[in-house]
Design a protein around this ligand. Structure first.
Ligand SMILES: NC(=O)c1ccc[n+]([C@@H]2O[C@H](COP(=O)([O-])OP(=O)(O)OC[C@H]3O[C@@H](n4cnc5c(N)ncnc54)[C@H](OP(=O)(O)O)[C@@H]3O)[C@@H](O)[C@H]2O)c1
Length: 286
């Protein structure tokens, strides 16, 4: 293969943002080394590229980011089989909503193991290679949820805050080198990760549009890539509030959302109750 084709390692490439970004980069001629646990879903992407074409291709390197040895081996195989990695998009992540009622250390551990330690497992081998050749591009996918504390996000938000801090420290350490470091902080994107949310997600973004913004950001010169930009700007403005005012404001928004949700639930309960009485619906268990 010619080294004109750039090589990107994308973790979490089997669905959502990772998959959409892989397909977008393929259109631009990139070769994508795709990693996720679901090898079958990556195969579907590979077939998609075979059918619809594009200048590049996707190669399947399935693995679990929580396994350090697997990540070392995958990076070594990509370099041997495809060539030097130009871009490492460390995107694999998981989200389990938790509140004070549902908080459990095990929840936090699962999310930290994937989001933080998993990212570190991927970062270590690429950082070693990039430093040896003084060249490379690392983009770590965090979230606007990592800026400041948010409701229903006790574990997830703090894991993403760790990634923002990690990326910043990396960028400082690598300043003056030819290794580019970026952090990606998306707002809400419609993916399997957010499909589990039962609350209103402001400015929910289509995943293809999000991938387009992400690729534009990767080609740009800013440290942080955040989208949609209006949501990102509003979040940053709210984040400037002093602690007490921030906690009060977000607390009020949370209360409002809960009361709206409760009203909706009551509405659907009374709808189904009247349907039951009229004999239109299935009878409710006592
Ligand atoms: N959707 C949003 O609104 C949003 C907002 C901000 C940030 N983000 C971040 O964007 C990234 C992508 O999320 P998404 O929304 O696209 O969700 P998604 O569709 O659920 O994708 C998550 C990806 O991570 C992979 N993954 C999860 N655990 C893994 C593990 N242990 N080893 C290897 N791969 C693993 C999944 O593949 P397998 O299950 O096949 O392993 C999947 O490919 C995440 O880091 C997420 O936190 C998302």
């Amino acid at each position: 293969m010619t080294k004109q084709q750039k090589i990107a390692w994308i973790t979490g490439a089997s669905s959502g943002l990772g998959a959409a970004t892989a397909l977008r980069l393929v259109k631009e001629g990139w070769v994508i080394a795709a990693t996720a646990r679901s090898a079958d879903k990556i195969e579907v992407l590979i077939h998609h590229v075979e059918i619809f074409g594009g200048g590049g291709r996707i190669v399947n390197y399935p693995g679990d980011v929580t396994d350090a040895g697997q990540m070392q081996e995958i990076v070594a195989r990509i370099e041997a089989e495809l060539g030097p990695i130009d871009l490492a998009l460390l995107n694999a992540g998981t989200y389990l909503p938790d509140t004070v009622e549902t908080f459990a250390a095990a929840h936090l551990q699962t999310q930290y193991e994937t989001n933080v330690i998993g990212t570190a497992h991927c970062l270590e081998p690429v950082l070693k290679l990039f430093r040896a050749r003084n060249k490379g591009h690392i983009a770590i996918v965090s979230s606007v949820a990592g800026y400041r504390g948010l409701p229903r996000s006790l574990s997830y938000g703090s894991s993403k805050a760790a990634l923002i801090n990690l990326a910043e420290a990396l960028a400082i350490e690598l300043r003056g080198s030819k290794i580019k470091v970026q952090v990606v902080c998306p707002g809400f994107i419609k993916t399997p990760l957010t499909d589990k949310n039962d609350f209103y997600m402001p400015m929910l973004m289509d995943v293809d549009k999000a991938a387009e913004e992400l690729v534009r950001g990767l080609n740009g010169g800013f440290f942080e890539i955040s989208f949609p930009w209006i949501f990102s700007l509003l979040t940053k403005l709210v984040d400037l509030l002093p602690d007490r005012l921030y906690i009060w404001t977000i607390g009020k928004i949370k209360e409002k959302q809960w009361s709206m949700k409760n009203e909706q639930d009551r509405g659907s309960d009374s709808d189904s109750a009247s349907a039951d009485q009229s004999g239109d619906g299935p009878a409710k268990a006592a």
